[in-house]
Ligand binder design. Sequence first.
Ligand code: I22
Length: 219
Amino acid sequence: MAIFIDSSDPKEIQELYGWGVLSGVTTNPLIIAREAPDADLGERIREVLKVSWGDVSVELTTETEKEQLEEALAYHTWDRERICIKVPMSEHGLRVVHALTKKGIKTNVTCMMAMNQAYLAALAGATYVSIFSGRVKDLGYDVRPVISSTRTILEREGLPAKIIVGSMRSMFDVNEALEAGAHIPTITPPLLRKMVHHPRTESTIAEFNNAWRNRGSKK
Ligand SMILES: O=C(CO)[C@@H](O)[C@H](O)[C@H](O)[C@H](O)COP(=O)(O)O
């Protein structure tokens, strides 16, 4: 079990890695475009690498097989151990995953909504298969069977791919993904912070601290 952070913000990542609960980072072009529209991708990812440990997923922005392979090989030079190439699911995407796997390069196949897609990605050699909880639910479907059937098939077939669940919008989504069999929820900084807090925890701590501060005052 592990938790990844779904962000490209080096400051947030550094701070949240300090909690000792994170072991990887996932980014995508939308996240980077929102968080740092003017940033140079390479510089941003190098900053992220400096303040984190574990795999850092960087998504391909090109669209043809040839371009994607070139782009992947360029990203791989940024850190040959830790950069994981995020490949959007498609027919040629599977070929890209297969080619990168043969070179020993880690891949994360992304934008998946269904078990059949995740199964193909795992067969092609993906290190991670990413299922999009929120977007499956937006379509009106239950994501739990997608996650649990993917976990069952990966285990039954002895495929080493780990299931990442992203596109999570609430704590309920995180809990549901974990219970359904996700290996790794990838969580945005605001949602990760929400997971720490509970109003009853905070009122209990305040009650204990008040009792300690006021001890003996009623004698
Ligand atoms: O695919 C992965 C993890 O591998 C995630 O980084 C994924 O791209 C993000 O959770 C996206 O933000 C999902 O899209 P959205 O529904 O949150 O807009």
